[in-house]
Design a protein around this ligand. Structure first.
Ligand code: PXL
Length: 277
């Protein structure tokens, strides 16, 4: 039977992140994608825009969950991205209990921090709550900063393999079954992902483009989710998502008018091709 997934995150109406990225990318992978918007924002909260509007939809979450429960709606997987509060995380756990099939895949991208810092509006309490969601996940996709916050580890700009292996070990000790640690780079010119699956860590190294764009974490996690749902292994899905994210960035670099996100749409066909190979 065809797979059906649910993704829970905000709608940033413009700015190419969260649901406006997840829905088209996972759908393009050939997977039916239901959405649960946790909030509606005029645009994302990262730098570039002068402000944003915010409509919280937290109170809708348990009502929607109840309705789906009554309808007997069940998903094969749940993928969470940016979530706004501890309460939302608690409602996500209820949704896992009520609306995800037995043995369904729980994919958590703890989108809350980068470059050693938490995003605006998050604090220690939120971090602890996100850590508790990671503990019940089948796959977690943190960057190094998020992994440090989740595991209470010291953040380092420069590190070696031992540091990375330790971070992964702590995520596994927390309860996460598989880990895709993003933005792992040991030299100036390259970056990559460290994947932990079935007791083994494998590194996938790829080129680093010296310009960062907002929303690439969401592009990555969405492409990963799509590929995983199409039956790829965690390693294969992590590699496909990395190659696709690099292509999205390459496709955007040099366009001064496109500073708010990446132009992921024109290269979607490359993602689809990689999944179908
Ligand atoms: O890309 C993560 C993200 C999603 N949604 C909103 C954000 C961010 C990152 O800052 O602000 C509203």
């Amino acid at each position: 039977m065809d797979k059906k997934i649910l993704t829970v995150q905000d709608v940033s109406c413009v700015g190419q992140c969260s649901l406006t990225v997840a829905l088209p990318i996972i759908s393009a992978c050939g997977i039916e994608t239901a959405i649960l918007p946790s909030a509606v924002l005029s645009n994302h909260t990262a730098k570039g825009y002068g402000g944003f509007t915010f409509k919280d939809l937290t109170d809708e979450m348990p009502k929607i969950n109840e309705r789906w429960k009554t309808e007997g709606i069940k998903f094969d997987a749940l993928y969470t991205g940016y979530l706004g509060s501890e309460k939302q995380i608690s409602y996500v756990k209820d949704i896992i209990r009520d609306c995800v099939k037995e043995g369904g895949e729980i994919i958590v991208d703890p989108a809350m921090a980068d470059n050693g810092k938490l995003y605006v509006g998050f604090d220690d309490k939120f971090v602890r709550s996100m850590a508790s969601l990671c503990a019940v996940a089948d796959v977690v996709l943190p960057n190094i900063t998020e992994a440090c916050f989740i595991t209470g580890s010291e953040y380092k700009e420069k590190y070696d393999e031992t540091y990375v292996e330790e971070l992964i070990g702590k995520l596994i000790a927390l309860g996460a079954k598989k880990v895709v640690l993003t933005g792992v780079g040991y030299d100036e010119r390259s970056t990559g992902v460290m994947i932990y699956e079935n007791g083994e860590t494998t590194y996938y190294k790829h080129k680093k483009i010296p310009q960062s764009f907002h929303g690439t974490g969401d592009v990555y996690a969405s492409a990963f989710t799509g590929a995983l749902m199409r039956g790829k292994s965690v390693y294969a899905a992590a590699k496909i998502a990395a190659d696709y994210t690099v292509r999205c960035i390459e496709n955007t670099v040099g366009d001064e008018t496109h500073w708010y996100g990446v132009k992921f749409e024109p290269v979607l066909k490359e993602l689809i091709k990689a999944i179908e190979e």
